[in-house]
Design a protein around this ligand. Structure first.
Ligand SMILES: Cc1cc2nc3c(=O)[nH]c(=O)nc-3n(C[C@H](O)[C@H](O)[C@H](O)COP(=O)(O)OP(=O)(O)OC[C@H]3O[C@@H](n4cnc5c(N)ncnc54)[C@H](O)[C@@H]3O)c2cc1C
Length: 398
């Protein structure tokens, strides 16, 4: 390891959860001469707004495998990262309507094939978990006992801390202005203050801000930014230990929040809300709130006196197939990890591991996590990464 601030074996651009996970995983592979460059503070981008829902329910097998491998880290964070990162194992239930029953069962079989612990459950079992819910419109449910929710900001800090203890450096308040490439190979990064860091490897994990840094080199990273609104509710009564509930009939998700509250998020991604990630409205619009209150009341009619306690918004960095890019770039030494499309928290430990594999070996070390699935070139090839078992209306992130 060198102590020189202007040279590193690997520079990670972006101190969000993916960049910090990459730095941590690189140190686990013995690459400790790593500098993470973050323009603001760790977790100040999309990571700080994450709902933190953790489930392995993905129709795309590589993603289901990434989620289940990641659980091993989230559940054992005190041992693996040395700190409690706030993961709460509440269990995760997903309910679908009649039109999605076959897709649900096919997806569960594929998930189990890559190691996900998930099972089909009946209405009575879900009613025991969520007694205030109206479950009539659902035709089938699945249950993951290892599911729950976490704290993305604390988890990013956990990765950053573990990486630093292993020798990585973190430079907050430092902006990368450009990636230097000579003869088709990365040679360094230029910083906004005019200085530079010489390196042979860059991991670009700057969320939606990754796009211009690649465009400088003629590489198209097809990411659009979508604002997502969140509603926090005081249920007006003690609910007990309810699990995370993914309601694919009303297209919403519900999870416990803080001390007795509930957090509601939207799962209807049929109409996107384009936004500028540096300047967006950080609270719910009246029309969104009206729809959300209606959906909440419809699903939880058993709540005696619920009240909206707060709202906020964050931004998703969305690719054309709603799945991330974790990939080489066509430039030697440049790996991209961006475009997590609103579901990058739950897979972040596995993203870090895949990035480290790509930097060290050029390919995934896990046969269930296919390098080609998350490649950047799939967009140009017209070979989008879509679920073989899509749910009607629920978009591609399941
Ligand atoms: C409202 C909301 C709810 C969500 N809910 C869930 C959920 O329930 N479950 C789930 O799994 N996922 C969820 N997600 C998604 C998840 O939070 C994100 O996919 C993940 O946090 C993205 O992390 P990232 O590191 O790629 O990006 P970011 O957190 O955006 O990090 C990128 C970092 O790069 C830095 N940066 C930018 N440009 C530069 C530069 N030039 N130089 C240096 N640094 C730079 C930024 O400051 C930023 O800190 C949610 C996201 C949102 C917004």
């Amino acid at each position: 390891m060198t102590a020189h601030p202007d040279i590193a074996e690997v520079v990670v651009v972006g101190g969000g959860i993916e960049g910090c996970a990459a730095a941590w995983a690189l140190t686990r592979r013995g690459v400790t001469d790593v500098t993470v460059v973050e323009r603001d503070t760790v977790g100040s981008g999309g990571t700080g707004k994450s709902s933190g829902v953790v489930r392995c329910h993905y129709g795309v097998s590589s993603l289901a495998a990434m989620a289940t491998r990641s659980l091993d880290v989230l559940e054992n964070a005190e041992d693996v990262l040395g700190v409690d990162v706030g993961f709460r194992r509440t269990g995760y239930v997903v309910g679908v309507g009649e039109q999605d029953v076959a897709a649900l069962h096919a997806s569960l079989a594929d998930q189990r094939a890559v190691g996900v612990r998930t099972e089909s459950v009946g209405r009575a079992e879900v009613a025991a978990l969520w007694p205030t819910a109206d479950l009539e419109p659902f035709a089938a449910f699945a249950w993951e006992e290892r599911g729950g929710y976490g704290d993305a900001h604390r988890t990013a800090q956990g990765f950053a801390g573990a990486a630093r203890r292993a020798g990585a450096r973190l430079r907050q308040g430092t902006t990368v202005a450009a990636i230097r490439v000579t003869g088709g190979r990365v040679t360094g990064v230029e910083l906004a203050d005019g200085s530079h860091i010489a390196t042979g490897h860059v991991v670009l994990a700057a969320g939606p801000w990754s796009v211009p840094l690649l465009a400088d080199h003629g590489i198209d990273l097809p990411i659009t930014v979508h604002r997502e609104q969140i509603v926090l509710v005081d249920p007006g009564q003690p609910l007990g230990p309810v699990p995370v509930f993914s309601d694919l009939v009303s297209l919403q998700y519900i999870r416990p929040e803080g001390d007795g509250g509930l957090l509601f998020g939207n799962s209807d991604l049929s109409v996107l809300d384009p936004a500028d990630p540096d300047r967006y409205r950080n609270r719910a619009d009246d029309s969104f709130l009206e729809t959300a209150v209606d959906k909440i009341g419809t699903r939880l009619p058993g709540l005696a006196n619920p009240a909206v306690s707060a709202t906020y918004a964050g931004c998703y960095d969305v690719t054309p197939d709603f799945n991330p890019v974790v990939s080489g770039s066509g430039i030697d030494g440049l790996v991209v990890a961006a475009g997590f499309s609103g579901h990058g928290f739950k897979i972040s430990p596995a993203v870090g591991t895949l990035v480290a594999d790509l930097v060290v070996d050029g390919t995934s070390s896990d046969p269930d996590i296919r390098t080609e699935d998350l490649r950047l070139s799939r967009f140009g090839d017209g070979d989008l990464l879509t679920s073989p078992h899509p749910y009607v209306g629920a978009g591609q992130m399941r």
